[in-house]
Design a protein around this ligand. Structure first.
Ligand code: ADP
Length: 315
């Protein structure tokens, strides 16, 4: 089947309900005076939004509940131009929700009800087989059941479509799974959980990357926050420096990085080093803006930033 430049993103969709409060309440305690805000989130949804804004062609495979949050999420995906034909409405579970308390000190406490995300199944992956087969790349994370991720990894391998695994939230993974992953993109703490090697600098990133490559992963990209990203693959072994910016809110930096990288990988026009440089630029822009999905830049903005080194005000 002819490959397109489309990225199929398989993952979670949540609604984040955030209360900014003086301090995190202790068990049994009620604290008045908080300020409430609500935002679309979930790593799958954030990364699909990043692909749509930066690459242009995104399909999302996900589950939401038959409720206001689910319908709102689908509406937002449509507005971003995401193909939602594989977003299923689950009759038995509520939409995924994260209840987030943020204290004045910046500390937070988060309870997540995965709801419909926990029902994203191997069958859902199989139902998306035709879309996966014709895609330029597949992108997934670990906020949905592991069996679903395993099925997706095997299916992508069978169809010859490169799969990018953003192993977040952190958990250990089997060698059986890792051997079929084309690209893995852990941050420092995820790399440590995967390899047992504490990643604090370029030399420890190199060791952790080598350990993942030994397990058969084709390309290892360890994101290192403001420092940028370390890549290890057949032809390269190096740090690709991040862009110096004034960070305001690093939420969704990793999601923006992954969405931008996956878009470029599906297009296949740049070298791997330039794909990572582009992803560093998009992610750097996202940390200069508040929020998760609202902070994700559009392609034109990233291209102008790469040319001028200046970030435009958000419209
Ligand atoms: P995560 O958000 O998943 O924890 P990182 O903190 O490693 O992941 O950030 C992902 C990417 O976002 C980095 O590789 C880098 O490109 C960019 N980034 C993150 N923080 C900054 C920052 N303070 N300045 C510039 N770029 C950043």
């Amino acid at each position: 089947m002819k490959k397109s430049k489309r990225v199929v993103v398989v993952g979670s969709s949540n609604t984040d309900m955030i209360v900014n409060v003086e301090r995190i309440p202790a068990p049994g305690e009620t604290i008045l005076g908080g300020e409430f805000s609500m935002a679309a989130g979930g790593k799958g949804a954030n990364q699909a939004v990043a692909v749509a804004r930066i690459g242009g062609d995104a399909s999302l495979v996900a589950r939401v509940g038959d409720d206001t949050f689910g319908n709102q999420a689908i509406e937002n995906f449509r507005k971003d131009g995401i193909d939602v034909s594989q977003v299923k409405i689950d009759e038995s579970e509520a939409s995924g929700v994260a209840l987030i308390n943020v204290a004045a000190s910046g500390e937070n406490s988060i309870s997540v009800a995965s709801g419909a995300n926990s029902k994203l199944s191997e069958n859902d992956v199989e139902a998306a087989a035709a879309a996966i087969e014709s895609a330029g790349a597949v992108l997934t994370q670990l906020e949905t059941p592991l069996e679903t991720v395993e099925r997706l990894v095997r299916l992508s391998k069978e169809k010859g479509v490169p799969l990018i695994l953003n192993p977040a939230p952190a958990r250990a993974l089997s060698d059986e799974l890792l051997k079929d992953v084309a690209v893995i993109t852990p941050n420092e703490s995820e790399a440590e959980i995967l390899t047992g090697i504490k990643v604090i600098d370029v030399s420890t990133a190199k060791q952790a990357a080598a350990s993942l490559r030994e397990k058969g992963v084709g390309v290892v990209i360890i994101t290192l926050g403001a420092k940028g990203a370390y890549v290890s693959c057949e032809d390269h072994e190096q740090l690709i420096e991040g862009f110096p910016v004034e960070p305001i809110d690093t939420t969704a930096a990793g999601d923006t990085f992954n969405g931008a990288f996956a878009s470029e990988m599906a297009k296949g026009e740049l070298s791997i080093l330039d794909m990572i440089r582009f992803a560093n630029a998009a992610a750097a822009m996202s940390v200069t803006r508040a929020g998760a999905q609202p902070s994700i830049p559009r392609r034109g903005e990233v291209e102008r930033f790469l040319k001028s080194g200046k970030i435009e005000e958000m419209r």
